[in-house]
Design a protein around this ligand. Structure first.
Ligand code: ADP
Length: 260
């Protein structure tokens, strides 16, 4: 922790950005980007007078362009800042806007950090009340770099309800705690599935996983089912909170946004 905390005092605000919220997960594929997108859009819908930004910090596997249905290249201001692309009232920035969709990004850590710094600071965010940052899976370079360089108001952890995912979620929670970043809560994703024939709900929890979750000591803000509307929403670039506003799924995301 001491090594990780070194350099913390140099945290520098991003011009025009009030609060930064990290969305993190231990593993990939648990629904972190889907959550980040739906929370960001819900934050905007909850209070349209607030400005919301969404930064895709996953330089190797950007998902925000697809999920927010954006694929232009950002324009530059007179000051040479990139203008975020906007959809559903949310200002977005992603590595995916800057490179060809099919080109692999084959970079070493340092280059990733430089790119991340640009995506954060060379963007005309001003003004943004909440900047939601979709981080890559795990607890690596990107998280440390963000925590060391910018003031973070809080982190949301996304996990599926299995022991394998919850064990790594524990590591993530511990990292944030050690570095004094408030963990606002956990979003459990894909916790149940509804049988299309009999409408019975199949819960995907196990006792061991439930115990791990209890021991984490972090509040669970939402249990989101495995649901075709959510997956279609991400694939079609129309988040479920926009496509089916009155669905229980959309309401779960809204409830999380209200707690932030
Ligand atoms: P991560 O950011 O953790 O890698 P994603 O948000 O990209 O995960 O989600 C992985 C895949 O699972 C995506 O195709 C997404 O549409 C789908 N998905 C995420 N959450 C759900 C859910 N609750 N129900 C159905 N599909 C989901």
């Amino acid at each position: 922790a001491d090594i990780m905390a070194r350099g913390l005092p140099k945290r520098k605000k991003i011009d025009g950005v009030k609060h930064i919220l990290l969305v993190a997960s231990g593993k990939g594929g648990v629904g972190k980007s889907t959550t980040a997108v739906n929370i960001a859009v819900s934050l905007k819908n909850e209070d349209p007078s607030k400005q919301v930004g969404l930064l895709d910090a996953d330089v190797f596997g950007p998902s925000i362009p697809l999920m927010m249905n954006l694929d232009d290249s950002p324009l530059l201001t007179k000051e040479n800042l990139m203008v975020p692309l906007q959809n559903y009232g949310v200002k977005c920035m992603s590595m995916g806007f800057l490179v060809n969709k099919d080109s692999p990004v084959i970079w070493r850590g340092l280059m990733v950090m430089q790119a991340l710094d640009r995506l954060l600071r060379q963007v005309s965010w001003d003004p943004v009340d909440y900047l939601v940052i979709d981080t890559p899976p795990g607890t690596g370079d990107t998280h440390l770099s963000l925590i060391q360089n910018v003031p973070i108001s809080g982190a949301l952890l996304v996990t599926t309800p299995q022991t394998a995912a919850l064990q790594v979620t524990q590591r993530g929670a511990n990292m944030f705690k050690k570095l004094d970043i408030p963990v606002l809560g956990i979003i459990q994703n894909m916790t149940s599935v509804e049988c299309p024939k009999c409408q019975n709900e199949v819960r995907l929890h196990s006792k061991a996983a439930n115990l791990l979750l209890e021991n984490l000591g972090v509040p669970v803000l939402a249990d989101i089912p495995l649901d075709n509307d959510i997956s279609q929403g991400s694939d079609n670039g129309i988040p479920v909170v926009v496509a089916s506003q009155e669905s229980p799924q959309a309401k779960s995301y809204k409830a999380v946004a209200q707690k932030i």
